[in-house]
Design a protein around this ligand. Structure first.
Ligand code: AMP
Ligand code: MN
Ligand code: MN
Ligand code: MN
Length: 299
């Protein structure tokens, strides 16, 4: 039986390609009785302050997070970072690099779509996104659907945006190791996002996980909302094999039955949830101390 969890460590807001504002994501999480939520927008932490403020009002624990785009061999791999210090120099440098790559890529995708007949593709995609949002292919997919050229985002990907299709741009992101090292340097925990969604053999996946672990990665996202039970079990096994913790995240982007917030995220019994590790307690207490220190009246 699928159930709702109280912890969800992967979701998106309008700071990248989510449909809801950070405040709305938090309110939606509260309505779903979630207690702990990590906001993990693509290559940006811009939504965190708004989410944090909404979470404090609602009594939800909001974990500052990010989903970093990386390249590993020929694959685009996503690394989730949780608990980073947003001011850390290395994180700030990575954010600037990612932003520049995303901006350049958005221009290139827009130009390709224009040649395919979508007038003002970039401007109109930006118009439909929140001001300053990190533009992803998800935003472009929404724009394409809004023109009536496709019925669903999935169709827009299959027709235009995915690898091998005419508006695809092959971006060289930074390495998995660089992303993991930056998250760790900024005091965060690196999680390999949705490891089974990369179309690769089990042998390659184990090589990826070995590289991730060697760079300082701490957890695999074992439970995702849209996943075959056998994949979840396999990832739980890999946690044991590589001495990694297990994370759970829906990858929520918008309300609906598709990747619903907090839904179907139960971890198998043979892996250790990230939130039951000593590291998690340390991070939460550091967090709480910071918050209470900030709340002290100045004398
Ligand atoms: P990007 O990081 O710009 O390559 O965009 C990746 C985002 O596009 C993912 O996080 C998803 O939100 C979205 N995406 C990828 N593949 C699909 C798909 N087949 N259908 C709908 N959305 C997708
Ligand atoms: Mn996305
Ligand atoms: Mn992802
Ligand atoms: Mn995601």
């Amino acid at each position: 039986m699928h159930e709702f969890s109280i912890i969800d460590l992967h979701c998106h807001s309008s700071a990248s390609d989510g449909a809801l504002s950070p405040t709305e994501v938090v309110e939606f999480a509260v309505s779903r009785h979630l207690k702990v939520l990590a906001l993990t927008d693509h290559d940006t932490i811009d939504g965190i302050p708004q989410a944090q403020a909404a979470a404090e009002l609602a009594g939800l624990q909001l974990i500052p997070g990010i989903e970093i785009s990386t390249s590993w061999r020929n694959f685009q791999i996503h690394v989730v970072g949780l608990f980073m210090d947003p001011q850390h120099d290395k994180l700030q440098e990575l954010l600037a690099r990612q932003r520049q790559k995303r901006d350049e890529r958005a221009v290139e995708i827009g130009a390709k779509l224009e040649r395919l007949g979508f007038a003002d593709a970039l401007a109109r995609t930006k118009e439909q996104a929140a001001p300053g949002a990190a533009i992803t292919r998800g935003n472009y997919a929404r724009f394409i659907v809004s023109t009536g050229a496709c019925q669903t985002s999935d169709e827009a990907f299959n027709k235009y945006l995915k690898r091998g299709r005419p508006a695809y741009v092959n971006t060289q992101w930074g390495s998995v190791a660089a992303a993991v090292e930056t998250v760790a340097a900024a005091g965060g925990v690196a999680v390999l996002a949705h490891p089974r969604r990369y179309v690769m053999t089990n042998t390659k996946l184990r090589e990826l996980i070995a590289d991730f672990k060697a760079a300082g990665g701490e957890a695999l996202e074992v439970a995702s909302a849209q996943q075959r039970p056998a994949d979840r079990d396999y990832l739980a096994q890999l946690c044991g094999r590589f001495d990694l913790l297990a994370s759970a995240g829906s990858d929520f982007h918008q309300a609906g039955v598709w990747r619903d917030l907090g839904f179907n995220l139960q971890l198998p019994a043979n892996c250790t949830p990230l939130w039951q590790s000593a590291r998690w307690g340390e991070r939460f207490s550091v967090h709480d101390q910071r918050r209470s220190a900030a709340a002290q009246p100045s004398t």
